[in-house]
Ligand binder design. Sequence first.
Ligand SMILES: C[S@@+](CC[C@H](N)C(=O)[O-])C[C@H]1O[C@@H](n2cnc3c(N)ncnc32)[C@H](O)[C@@H]1O
Length: 296
Amino acid sequence: MPATLTAIAPKVEYTSDNFQRYYEEAGPDYAAWSPHFNMHFGFFRSCMNPFNREAMLEQMNREVLDRLQTSSDHPRILDMGCGLGATLRSFARRLPTADLHGITLVHWQLEQGRLLNQSTPQSTNITLNLGNYEHTAYPSESFDAICAIESSCYSAGRSKSRLIREAYRLLRPGGRFVVADGFLGAGKLRGLQQSIYRKLCDCWVIEDLGEIHAFTRELQRAGFTEIAIEQIQSRVTPSVLHVPWVTLKFLLTSVIFGQRKMTRARWNNILAPILLPFVGHPIGPLAYYIVSATRT
Ligand SMILES: C[S@@+](CC[C@H](N)C(=O)[O-])C[C@H]1O[C@@H](n2cnc3c(N)ncnc32)[C@H](O)[C@@H]1O
């Protein structure tokens, strides 16, 4: 690891404690990215204004919902790794009679998410729970559709087999599974890029990102069919380009004049998106994908 990178952000091992600390300390800072707490990148369509970040973040929720292909009037949908529930609130606006569930590992997110739901009309059909999406307490075949937006990366290993197996167990036959996330694709990480990649994972307290071919092979092995892999880096890039501006604004308002102490987790949350372009497509093998599949 180059000394400069180590000096900026010392290594953070992936442990459950570090994960909790990261999200509890850096969690409120996501408000600088999205006032609605969409804790993900956006999806750009040509008719959209690329300067309107929140609209692109919201569009990502819409794209995922479209691919879930819910046809019944009262679909039961689970968001695995729901953050503060922004995606579910977006779904609730479009599907007012759906039964919406979210699961997160972070207590702070659960509390804040419930508060946001209470203050948002049309969110009465959302239930947020604390738990591990790799081993949930929900009954088998109890959901029509399951999504995971920028949360699959936290599951163990490069094939994310535990997340996939649990999603398969929870879906009814014919149910849909849609994952939007960064994955390692074609090409290898070498030298400095490998160090930057490791630093990026440490900053976001991720053990290892998924590898797109290992992930889709695992979907097949679990019994999913109709697997569609969409590399959507060009759709996501307009929102990634907001990172320098959001970072600068955040440094001025929250770091220089802010009241909360800057912790290592908070610094890491600033550094990670800055590192992203150095390992991301087209320079590196990391790219953003939406993967959709149907349970047999
Ligand atoms: C980057 S946030 C994305 C949140 C949300 N999907 C969104 O787009 O706004 C990652 C989320 O994954 C959740 N997560 C990570 N590992 C998890 C696990 N094993 N079980 C449940 N949630 C998990 C975190 O708690 C966090 O809510």
